[in-house]
Write a protein that binds this ligand. Structure first.
Ligand SMILES: [Cu+2]
Length: 223
C-alpha cells in the first residue's frame, strides 16, 4: 500500500518536473534610451523568487587586446570565476574599487596565475592602473537567466523556466540595475524598456567621468 502511494507520488513528481522542463517561456525585450535610441550591451535578467543554486559555474574570460578590455561588458552568475589574460606585449595592471568585487592584479603579462571569483552580486567597474582609458564592466547576478542586448537593443531568451521572477535591466554607467517588477513566465514575456541614460553618462562607481568611454562601449560589440 505504502509502496503504491510512493510510486504514485513519484509519478506525479516526475510528470510535474517533465512538464516544467518542457515549458520554457520566450522572452523578447527591447531596451532604448529616453529618446528611443536602441541600447547595445544592456543586460536583461530574471532573478527567481525561489533562490537557485549556481549549478554550473562557467569559466569566463575578459581579454586585454590593443589596450582595451574585450568584451567591455560581461554578465555572469554570482560565483563565476573570470580570467584576465593579457594578449598585448605590454603589461597591464587590472583593478576594481567596486564594493561588489575589490581586487588588483599586479602588473603582469600573459595569463595571471588564478582567476578572480565574482562572489557577490553587483556592478563591478574594471580599470587598468597603467592605461587610464581602459574601462570595462562586470555585472554579477543571482541567476543563470540573463541576456545582453544586440545592436538593435534586443535581448531574447528561449529557456526561462516557468516561474516567478524579478526582472531587472542594467546598462554600463548605471550604478545599480533597475527593477522592472515581478514577472510570471507562464506566458511569453515581452517588454519595451526605456532607460534614462542621458543623466547617467559620466556617472560612474569610481567617481570619474567616463562618459565618452560609455559611448564607445555601446558601439563596441553587437554580440
Ligand atoms: Cu593597461
Amino acid at each position: 500500500m505504502n509502496t503504491m502511494k510512493l510510486s504514485c507520488a513519484s509519478l506525479i513528481l516526475l510528470t510535474t518536473l517533465a512538464t516544467t522542463a518542457s515549458f520554457a517561456a520566450g522572452v523578447e525585450t527591447n531596451v532604448a534610451d529616453s529618446k528611443g535610441k536602441p541600447l547595445t550591451n544592456a543586460v536583461v535578467y530574471f532573478v527567481p523568487t525561489q533562490p537557485v543554486t549556481n549549478a554550473k559555474p562557467k569559466h569566463v574570460v575578459i581579454d586585454q587586446v590593443d589596450k582595451e578590455f574585450v568584451p567591455r561588458v560581461t554578465v555572469v552568475q554570482t560565483g563565476t570565476a573570470i580570467d584576465f589574460p593579457n594578449k598585448d606585449d605590454i603589461r597591464h595592471q587590472v583593478y576594481s574599487f567596486s564594493s561588489a568585487k575589490t581586487f588588483q592584479l599586479n602588473l603582469y603579462s600573459g595569463r595571471p596565475s588564478a582567476p578572480i571569483v565574482f562572489d557577490k552580486p553587483g556592478v563591478v567597474v574594471l580599470g587598468c592602473n597603467i592605461h587610464d582609458h581602459m574601462v570595462a564592466w562586470v555585472l554579477s547576478v543571482d541567476t543563470p537567466w540573463f541576456a545582453q542586448t544586440d545592436a538593435k537593443g534586443r535581448a531574447q531568451m528561449s529557456d526561462l523556466p516557468v516561474g516567478k521572477y524579478e526582472m531587472l535591466v542594467w546598462y554600463p554607467g548605471l550604478a545599480q540595475p533597475v527593477s522592472q517588477g515581478q514577472v510570471d513566465s507562464s506566458s511569453p514575456v515581452q517588454r519595451s524598456i526605456q532607460l534614462e541614460t542621458g543623466a547617467l553618462l559620466g556617472v560612474n562607481t569610481d567617481g570619474q567621468d567616463h562618459g565618452q568611454e560609455h559611448d564607445h562601449g555601446s558601439h563596441a560589440s553587437g554580440s
